[in-house]
Design a binder for this molecule. Sequence first.
Ligand code: NDP
Ligand SMILES: N[C@@H](CC=O)C(=O)O
Length: 437
Amino acid sequence: MIALVGCGTVGGGTALLLTRDIKFLKEKTGLELGLKYVVDINFDNARAIGIPEELYETDLNKVLNDPEVTIVIELVGGLTFAKDVVSKSLSAGKNVITANKALLATFGEELFGLARKNSVSIGFEASCAGGIPIVKAITEGMAVNRIDALYGIVNGTCNYILTQMIDQGMSYNKALKGAQAQGLAEADPTLDVNGMDSAHKITIMSSLCFGYNCELDRVSVTGIENIDIYDVKLGTEMGYTIKLLAIGETYGDKVSLRVQPSFISNQHPLAKISGPFNGVSLYGHAVGHTMYYGRGAGDLPTASAIGADIISVASGAQKILFDNYKYWPDLTQKPSYMDQSEVESAYYLRLNVEDHIGVTATVTKILAENSISISGISQKEARFDEKEQKSIPLVILTHKTAKGNIDAAIKKLKKEQMISKKIVSIPVIAQKSENIK
Ligand SMILES: NC(=O)C1=CN([C@@H]2O[C@H](COP(=O)(O)OP(=O)(O)OC[C@H]3O[C@@H](n4cnc5c(N)ncnc54)[C@H](OP(=O)(O)O)[C@@H]3O)[C@@H](O)[C@H]2O)C=CC1
Ligand SMILES: N[C@@H](CC=O)C(=O)O
């Protein structure tokens, strides 16, 4: 029997699948599945979607002490009560299913170890890229591959906001409200827009891809909060679209983990992933490039991934994988990390400069001194700030260069009197080449 803790957006969707669709699930899988408890502190949402009242429970201990319950689904979110639910359930010998990427990215090693100690397993398909079965793709579908890179749009809220801003000209705040209304955003949407939710997901997925216990605090994270629609529009004119990319890559025996707003060409396979959808590209040594697409957030799409875990746990498949796969974070070593300053890409730079003779020469000289080669440069129409101060936007596209060079050049440029301190730099990410061998 199943107990579900937290009946909000995802919990509500899951409870619906386990009540309304239970007959279909049994017919399809041949498994005897049953929802016995819905634990929450209030049941407004459960009532609103018609979950039967006899399932409602406020006391977690009742679930923990019920020997009939073999699966506890944690859908509360956060790191405090959720951690208690997961730890206590595992310690009570119950399998756990969770969508809580923050919890697994922070305490994965401890919780996976606890599951192993108690001979149970943790299902977490819904923790990365919502409804896309990406955990199964990495651990099962790509099993024979050495995976050396993962590029993903893995936050539905940010992708929805950016799409609305570009396609509808909607303001950032209005688009964020829209994402919240659709149940895409986290309870605290700061985690979405500041890039941390994507960082949680890239930590979990990279650990499974590369066979290291990747650490959340080694992800270089930039969110979308400070993106200026002016740059988005200039990017569009140049044939680029802006996406919040989560990237995990290996460089020899080193790992690089980063989340960053990035320009990608309109021809890039991830460019067409819009609205609440997510897309994840994996690169394996045997298969080459594979790509996964689907809804990255929302009640039923995420419940679909939870349902897949329920079936895996109930059929015994999850435990077999848990016992045999060697890339779980409690079984692997922490990686060595690539120094972020050495990571290379092309860049879009926007400077605001005074309209003086020699300013472009000063800029190009500083870039050259920092080993940055320019692939394009253009001066745009003058702009006026809120204090009516005029400045000329100078947009530069660079060839591939190390991030350290860009940072050093920006530091120097900011010291020049004719150049405003606000310099925008956005990596321009090309599609990775396959390396089949
Ligand atoms: N929303 C999405 O699309 C996705 C979410 N996730 C993850 O799924 C998890 C749940 O997210 P989501 O459904 O959006 O969150 P919600 O905030 O909608 O749901 C959380 C539920 O837990 C309840 N709750 C809070 N504290 C307790 C407690 N002490 N005891 C029992 N119940 C409690 C809340 O009640 P109340 O409302 O009264 O506070 C609410 O009903 C999170 O880890 C999130 O990161 C993963 C993929 C997609
Ligand atoms: N808030 C998240 C929900 C899914 O993980 C998102 O927007 O992607």
